[in-house]
Design a protein around this ligand. Structure first.
Ligand code: PMP
Length: 414
């Protein structure tokens, strides 16, 4: 008898469906394609030589600590360093308020596991980071989208959702937000909005999960103070990561929050992976404490700034004026909106792939049915010429739709 694996899967796995990004990945990452789809850092910006030198010296000089298991909470020195950094940014934080995670993705997963009961409503941004929505759903959370504009989540939308849940005697567990250079829109939440949202959270007793992998990659102005720094009630949990400011391959991130919460998270992390990578933590600590990462971030900002500028200039030059795009002040992403009379962005993607250009169409970032005429364009990976050429090629396609309607375009079947 043939074994049917589907019959063995736990019910909670049914809620997790593959992201569209992954479905299209094989196509969008073909070498002949100019891809604005993946949200990865630029491989060419990895400081490989410095990393191999430091890594070799760690293994040679301190093999015991570098190669051995470590405490579940993480390397003590790294926790001291990170709490100091958060304190300098205005937060009340000690090393006991920090746990090192396997990237910030593990932070979202552990928090969802510790906080969500199946059926719990959870507030997310609309659109939101797909990996956040996925983690929340995987524990049975029901993500409810809070509309965002160019200044971040709308407090009215948040209140409306909370009050309509209240009518059914329901209450959201937490609000998951990426306040700086958000994935997917590039939007940064203004200070005024942060204060209002904290007020609402306090009034309705919600937790805020602040996921901030991009905040230090800022190309114009510094970002406003974090929710974590503004909070005085221990209702904010902060997630940070070395993935975008150093390398994602290290898989090191951190969570900062109330001690009672971290005790629970530590127990759960123990059952997940015992501890995060000792090699990764020692590498991150060595590079962070002597200022190397801060200097590297300055280099990254000047390199990514050029890419951001190239993308915005090309969109301005080559897109029809009816197509609008966000003005990211940092991070990796630009959000594009097409007029309603255009074909859905999933169709535009198929047409673009024919012309060897790729991006991510928007629906997957929405908890509701919205987003059919939106798309995420990432400028982090392609080179400056490819950015200009790719946007020009896609712009030509948009002008054809603008001038002749989309029926003039050939049908494609991918
Ligand atoms: N949060 C956001 C908003 C992200 O964009 C990403 C990576 N794409 C992550 C979390 C996960 O990052 P990591 O686990 O590498 O720290």
């Amino acid at each position: 008898m043939n074994l049917q694996w589907q019959d063995f899967f736990a019910r909670r796995t049914e809620r997790v469906t593959g992201s569209q990004i992954r479905q299209f990945f094989a196509l969008t990452e073909r070498p002949e394609i100019i891809s604005f789809a993946g949200g990865f850092p630029d491989n060419d910006f990895f400081p490989s030589e410095d990393l191999s030198r430091v890594m070799a010296s760690l293994v040679k000089d301190d093999p015991r600590q570098t190669l051995q298991y470590g405490p579940t909470e993480g390397l003590y020195e790294l926790r001291v360093y990170l709490s100091g950094k958060l304190r300098r940014a205005g937060a009340l934080c000690e090393s006991e308020n920090i746990i090192i995670t396997n990237g910030s993705q593990q932070g979202i997963d552990l928090l969802s596991r510790v906080l969500i009961n199946p059926g719990d409503p959870v507030l997310v941004e609309e659109p939101a980071y797909i990996g956040g929505i996925g983690a929340i759903k995987s524990y049975g959370g029901i993500p409810l989208g809070i509309t965002i504009d160019q200044d971040g989540p709308l407090p009215e939308s948040m209140l409306e959702t909370i009050l309509s849940l209240k009518k059914d005697e329901l209450k959201p567990k937490f609000f998951y937000s990426v306040p700086n250079f958000q994935n997917p829109t590039g939007v940064t939440t203004s200070l005024e909005r942060r204060s209002k949202i904290l007020e609402i959270a306090s009034l309705h007793n919600l937790i805020i999960i602040e996921d901030d992998p991009y905040g230090e990659l800022c190309y114009d102005n510094l970002v406003p103070p974090s929710y974590y720094a503004l909070d005085r009630q221990e209702r904010v949990v902060f997630l940070g990561s070395f993935s975008k400011v150093l390398i994602p391959g290290i898989r090191i991130g951190w969570m900062a929050g109330a001690r009672t919460l971290l005790e629970k998270i530590t127990l759960i992390k123990q059952t997940t992976d015992l501890c995060s990578s000792s090699i990764g933590q020692r590498l991150a600590y060595r590079l962070a404490q002597d200022g190397y990462i801060d200097r590297h971030i300055e280099r990254l900002c000047s390199l990514y700034r050029q890419k951001r500028n190239a993308m915005l200039a090309a969109m301005q030059q080559f897109f029809p004026p009816s197509v609008t795009f966000s003005q990211p002040g940092g991070g990796f992403f630009c959000w594009v909106k097409f007029p309603d009379h255009y074909p859905p962005s999933s169709e535009l993607l198929k047409l673009a792939l024919e012309k060897k250009v790729a991006f991510v169409h928007g629906e997957g970032f929405f908890s509701s049915k919205g987003g059919s005429h939106t798309a995420r364009f990432s400028f982090s990976q392609p080179g400056l010429n490819d950015i200009n050429n790719g946007i020009r090629i896609f712009g030509d396609l948009l002008w054809e739709i603008e001038n002749h309607g989309h029926n003039s375009l050939p049908a494609v079947n991918l």
